[in-house]
Design a protein. Structure first.
Length: 215
């Protein structure tokens, strides 16, 4: 595809993508340290970080210090939405990371659902409902919190396994279609609101198109 062809540093190499905020709670330094290990064991793997945030300069500084900046890790600024979509379509794995704080395990990062929507495997480095979903569905990886060296090994093994990648892509597509399709999510939202308001229209014995009068 054009995105890969126009970037000689990428070409047909495996691509791991982080597209999101570079904030304090995101702990993107985890990916930099992961890249440092991959540079030793699997130097062809490319990690791309797209986004802005208060930790961007620190992330860049650490990447330069560890010798991975513009070597196997590429830190891009904000890009057009069409280009973000293209990166999701080109990647082999998209990641969502946080600092190693248990309270963050309940997060629902947009980038996870963007990955599913693109039919791409997703990796997280925390517990919680998303980790359980990824584990039970097979739609990606759960990386060890606080251990980017071990995460590099898990990621590399996944990227070397075409069958595992294909199965994870199919599972991600299934989740996008069967669990997180916008129409399905809206219907669930509507149901929750209706039940909170006193039950379904059918249970209340009225035409759902006709407003209540005197309830």
């Amino acid at each position: 595809m054009a995105l890969r062809r126009d970037r000689p540093w990428l070409g047909d190499r495996p691509l791991v993508l982080y597209a999101g905020t570079l904030g304090l709670v995101n702990g993107v330094d985890y990916l930099v340290r992961m890249a440092a290990r991959l540079a030793e064991t699997d130097p062809e793997v490319r990690l791309v970080i797209i986004g802005e945030g208060r930790m961007r300069d620190q992330v860049r500084g650490l990447a330069a210090e560890l010798g991975v900046l513009d070597r196997n890790l590429f830190l891009l600024g904000p890009v057009a939405k069409t280009e973000v979509v293209a990166f999701f379509g080109a990647c082999d794995l998209t990641v969502s990371v946080t600092v190693d704080v248990p309270e963050l395990a309940s997060n629902s990062a947009n980038k996870v659902f963007d990955g599913f929507a693109a039919g791409r495997p997703v990796a997280v480095n925390h517990g919680g409902w998303l980790a359980e979903l990824i584990t039970t569905s097979g739609a990606g990886l759960v990386l060890p919190p606080g251990d980017p060296v071990a995460a590099a090994a898990v990621t590399a093994a996944f990227l070397r396994d075409p069958a595992a990648r294909a199965a994870a892509r199919a599972a991600a597509r299934d989740l996008a279609r069967e669990r997180f399709d916008r129409d399905l999510v809206f219907r669930d939202f509507e149901r929750v609101l209706t039940e909170a308001a006193g039950g379904s229209p059918e249970e209340r014995g009225r035409d759902p198109r006709r407003p209540d009068r005197g309830d």
